[in-house]
Design a binder for this molecule. Structure first.
Ligand code: ADP
Ligand code: MG
Length: 693
C-alpha cells in the first residue's frame, strides 16, 4: 500500500484547480497522469522579467516589465489591422499592439486613464517603442509577482504556458514535507537542499546556472531518482539471492573434450569469462550474470562451456534467443561443436509443431534432452524441464527482464547467464542490471581483419556505385542499408524500394531486397539467396541489424549514415568482416553534417571496439536516446541524466548497498523514509517484494 502521505501526489492531474477532463488528457500526454508527474516536469528555460526600465530606456528585443499609464484605445479600421493602445510613463510613449483582439477583454484589462503593469518583449515600429501581445498584464498591486523570473517548460499543443505554470505551482503546493531519506552527512557534504525545497528551487530558476543538471537542487533530485533505481534493483537482487541457488561444479569431462575438439584456441577474454562464470556457478547462490561482447566476439562458445558445466552435473541447460533466425544460428554454431564430443543439442522454436514438438517436450521432461536452444517457445506453459540448471538468454538488443525471469522459473535455483551484443556503458549497465556481475569479451578472435571504414558524401553516389561494381566483379557479397526515414515504416520502405529499383537497373537479378514488412519465410528466402545463391547485393532496411550470419559478406554501404545512432551503425557494421577476407564499410552522408553526426562518423572510422563506441554514444547522446528507450527496457529517468549524473549513480549504488547491508527490510527510520522514496518513484516491483517479506 502506498503511504497516505503520498496520496495527494498520486491523484489524477484533473484534481488540480483549472484542469478539467480535456486539459487532463493534454497534461497526461505532456508529463504523465498524476500530480507527481508535474513535479518531475522541470523547466528547460527561463524568462527574466525583473528588468523594469523606463519606456525610453527599454532596449529593443529585451523582455521588460513596464509600469504604464493607459491613454487611448484605437480599434482598427479593418479587421486585418491590429488593435492599438497608446500608453506612457514619464519618459515617453509606447504602443501596445494586439491582433484579433477581443475588444471587451482589452477594455477591462487596460482601461483608459488607469495605471497598469505589462511585461513582454520590446519592439520598435517606425522609430517608436511598441509591445505586441504582452505576456502579462496586471495592476500595480501585482507588480511584484509580475516582475519575477518565470520558468519555461517543455510544452505540448493546447496547453498554454500560463496554465502549465499554474498547474505546476498547484502541484508544488500539494507536495507534503516528506521524511528525509537521504543520509544527512551526504546532504551536508554536497550542500543539497531537502527534497521539497529542491523541487521548489528546480521549478524556480533564477539564472541559467540553475537550469544546469549540475545545479544543487537538480543534483539532489537526480540523486533521489538514482537511489530509488539502485535500491529497487538491490531489493530484487537480494530476493533472487535468497532463493536457494545450487552449486554447479562439474568434473570437467565434457569441457576438456570440447577444448580438445575446438578448431580454434579460446581468446584470453573467453578464458577469463568462462572462469568467472564457472566460479559463480560453483557458488551456492544463484548466478545472474551478464556476458557482453560484440557480435562475433565468441559469446556463443562461452555459453556452451557454461552449458557443459551444468550438464556435467547431471542438470539441463537451455539457450534462448529473441528471434527464430538467431535461435537457428546459435543452434548451427553449437550443435556441430557439441556433436564432436558426443552431445546432441535440440532445437525448439515456434516452427516445431505437433509430433515433433511433443517429442522435444518429452525429452525435456524426462531429462534425456540435456541441451536445448530455442526461442521464447521454451518458456511456454507446457514446457517442463526435468532439472534446468542453467538458462542462457541471448538478448541481443533487448533487455527482456520478464523473459529472463520466466525461463529461470522453469528450474529450481536455476543459474542465469544473459548475453548481450550491445555493449552497455558501465554506468548504464548499472541502471539496468544493478550490480549484476558482468563478464566482458573485449577481445576479438584472432585472424579477423580490421574493417576499412570510409565516410563519403551522398553526392558521390556514382563513385560508390562504381566501387560496388568493381567489388561485385571481384566476387564480393554486399549489404546496402537504407535508413529509417521520419520514423515511419512506410517511408522507410519507400527509400529502400527506390534504391533497390535503381541498383536493379544496373545489376539486374543479382540485387535482392529485404525489409521489415516481409513475411518471415520470404525474408528467410531472400537471405538464403544472399547467403548461398545468386543474390550478391542485398538492399535492406535495418532489419538485418538483428540478423543473419553471412560470413562471405565483405562490403557494407550505409546510406544516410548521419541518421543512425552509433550503436546501430556499429551493429550493422558487425555483419561484415566475419570471414578471413578484408572488409570495408562505406558510410554515405547527406550534407550539411551537424556536429554530433560528424563526431559519430569520426568515431566509426576510428574504432571497431563496441565498448568504446558505447561510451562515446552515451557521451554524445545522453542515456534517454541511447537505445530508443521505451522498447529497450532501459529505465526511463525523469530527473537524472546518466550521461551527466554518472558519478552520482556510483554513489547511489554504494549508498544502496550500505542500506541493504544494514537494514535490508527497510525497517529503521531511514528505511521507512526510503520506502516512501521507492513509492514516490514508482518502483513497484521492488516494493511488492518487500511486502511479501
Ligand atoms: P557471438 O555469439 O559473440 O556473436 P560466436 O560465439 O557466434 O560469437 O562466434 C562467432 C564465430 O567465431 C563462430 O563461428 C565461432 O565458432 C568463432 N569463434 C569463437 N571463438 C573463437 C576463437 N577463440 N577463435 C576463432 N574463432 C572463434
Ligand atoms: Mg553468436
Amino acid at each position: 500500500m502506498r503511504p497516505p502521505i503520498l496520496f495527494p501526489l498520486f491523484a489524477n492531474v484533473s484534481a488540480l484547480p483549472g484542469i478539467g477532463p480535456r486539459n487532463a488528457k493534454l497534461f497526461e500526454k505532456l508529463a504523465g497522469p498524476h500530480v507527481v508527474d508535474l513535479l518531475w516536469h522541470l523547466p528547460t528555460g527561463l524568462i527574466d522579467r525583473r528588468f523594469a526600465p523606463k519606456v525610453m530606456e527599454a532596449p529593443e528585443g529585451a523582455v521588460c516589465t513596464l509600469t504604464l499609464r493607459i491613454h487611448k484605445h484605437e480599434p482598427p479600421g479593418t479587421p486585418r489591422r491590429p488593435y492599438k493602445i497608446t500608453a506612457s510613463d514619464d519618459s515617453g510613449f509606447i504602443s501596445l499592439v494586439f491582433f484579433h483582439a477581443h475588444t471587451d477583454w482589452l477594455r477591462r484589462a487596460l482601461p483608459e486613464g488607469e495605471t497598469r503593469v505589462v511585461s513582454g518583449r520590446i519592439e520598435r515600429f517606425a522609430g517608436r517603442p511598441q509591445m505586441t501581445h504582452p505576456d502579462h498584464i496586471g495592476t500595480l498591486e501585482e507588480l511584484a509577482t509580475l516582475q519575477a523570473v518565470e520558468p519555461v517548460y517543455p510544452m505540448t499543443a493546447g496547453v498554454t504556458p500560463k496554465l502549465l505554470r499554474k498547474a505546476v505551482h498547484a502541484a508544488l503546493e500539494r507536495t507534503p514535507e516528506l521524511p528525509e531519506w537521504q543520509d544527512a552527512a551526504l546532504l551536508q557534504r554536497r550542500s543539497w537542499p531537502p527534497f521539497r525545497a529542491a523541487l521548489q528551487a528546480a521549478h524556480a530558476p533564477e539564472s541559467d546556472a540553475d537550469l544546469l543538471p549540475t545545479a544543487p537542487a537538480r543534483q539532489r533530485l537526480a540523486y533521489d531518482e538514482l537511489l530509488s533505481n539502485q535500491l529497487a534493483l538491490m531489493v530484487i537482487r537480494a530476493r533472487q539471492r535468497k532463493q536457494a541457488g545450487r552449486s554447479l561444479k562439474g568434473e570437467g569431462r565434457l569441457r576438456q573434450a570440447l577444448l580438445r575438439a575446438l578448431p580454434f584456441r579460446l581468446t584470453g577474454a573467453q578464458n577469463r569469462s568462462i572462469a568467472e562464470i564457472e566460479a559463480e556457478m560453483a557458488s551456492p547462490t544463484r548466478m545472474l550474470r551478464l556476458l557482453q561482447g560484440d557480435v562475433g566476439s565468441g559469446k556463443t562458445v562461452v555459453a556452451l562451456f557454461a552449458m557443459l558445466n551444468a550438464i556435467e552435473c547431471g542438470a539441463q541447460a537451455a539457450l534462448m534467443a529473441p528471434t527464430e533466425i538467431l535461435a537457428r544460428q546459435h543452434h548451427a554454431t553449437i550443435a556441430p561443436l557439441a556433436e564432436r564430443i558426443g552431445l546432441s543439442v535440440t532445437l525448439l522454436t515456434g516452427r516445431e509443431k505437433g509430433r515433433a514438438r511433443d517429442a522435444v517436450l518429452a525429452g525435456l521432461a524426462d531429462g534425456s534432452t540435456q541441451a536445448i536452444v530455442g526461442t521464447h517457445a521454451l518458456f511456454q506453459e507446457d514446457v517442463a524441464f526435468k532439472d534446468l540448471g542453467l538458462a542462457v538468454i541471448d538478448e541481443q538488443h533487448r533487455f527482456g527482464v520478464h523473459q529472463r525471469l520466466a525461463l529461470a522459473g522453469k528450474g529450481q535455483g536455476t543459474d542465469v547467464l544473459v548475453m548481450t551484443a550491445t555493449p552497455i556503458p558501465r554506468t548504464l549497465a548499472l541502471t539496468v542490471y544493478g550490480d549484476m556481475e558482468s563478464s566482458r569479451l573485449d577481445e576479438k578472435p584472432p585472424g579477423r581483419k580490421p574493417i576499412a571504414t570510409r565516410i563519403v558524401p551522398l553526392e558521390r553516389l556514382d563513385e560508390v556505385i562504381d566501387a560496388v561494381t568493381r567489388a561485385l566483379a571481384a566476387g564480393a557479397k554486399i549489404y546496402w542499408v537504407c535508413p529509417l526515414v521520419e520514423e515511419s515504416e512506410v517511408s522507410d520502405l519507400a527509400a529502400a524500394t527506390e534504391r533497390h529499383a535503381l541498383l536493379a537497373e544496373r545489376f539486374g537479378t543479382r540485387v535482392g531486397l529485404v525489409h521489415g514488412k516481409m513475411k518471415g519465410a520470404d525474408k528467410d528466402a531472400v537471405m538464403q539467396r544472399f547467403a548461398q545463391g545468386d543474390v550478391d547485393l542485398l538492399v535492406a532496411t535495418t532489419v538485418i541489424e538483428v540478423g543473419v550470419d553471412v560470413p562471405a559478406a565483405t562490403v557494407m554501404v550505409i546510406e544516410h549514415a548521419e541518421r543512425f545512432g552509433l550503436a546501430q551503425m556499429h551493429q550493422l557494421r558487425g555483419r561484415i568482416g566475419r570471414g578471413d577476407k578484408p572488409a570495408s564499410c562505406l558510410l554515405l552522408y547527406a550534407k550539411p553534417l551537424g556536429e554530433t553526426a560528424k563526431a559519430r562518423l569520426a568515431i566509426m572510422r576510428e574504432t571497431e571496439d563496441g565498448f568504446r563506441i558505447a561510451e562515446e554514444d552515451l557521451r554524445l547522446r545522453g542515456a534517454g536516446e541511447l537505445l530508443g528507450t521505451r522498447q529497450s527496457g532501459l529505465p526511463e529517468f525523469r530527473l537524472a541524466d546518466v550521461a551527466v549524473h554518472g558519478d552520482l549513480l556510483a554513489v547511489a549504488r554504494d549508498d544502496a548497498r550500505l542500506v541493504m547491508e544494514r537494514d535490508a527490510a527497510l525497517g529503521s527510520p531511514r528505511g521507512q523514509a526510503l520506502r516512501v522514496l521507492l513509492y514516490l518513484f514508482e518502483r513497484d516491483a521492488a516494493i511488492r517484494l518487500l511486502q511479501s517479506g
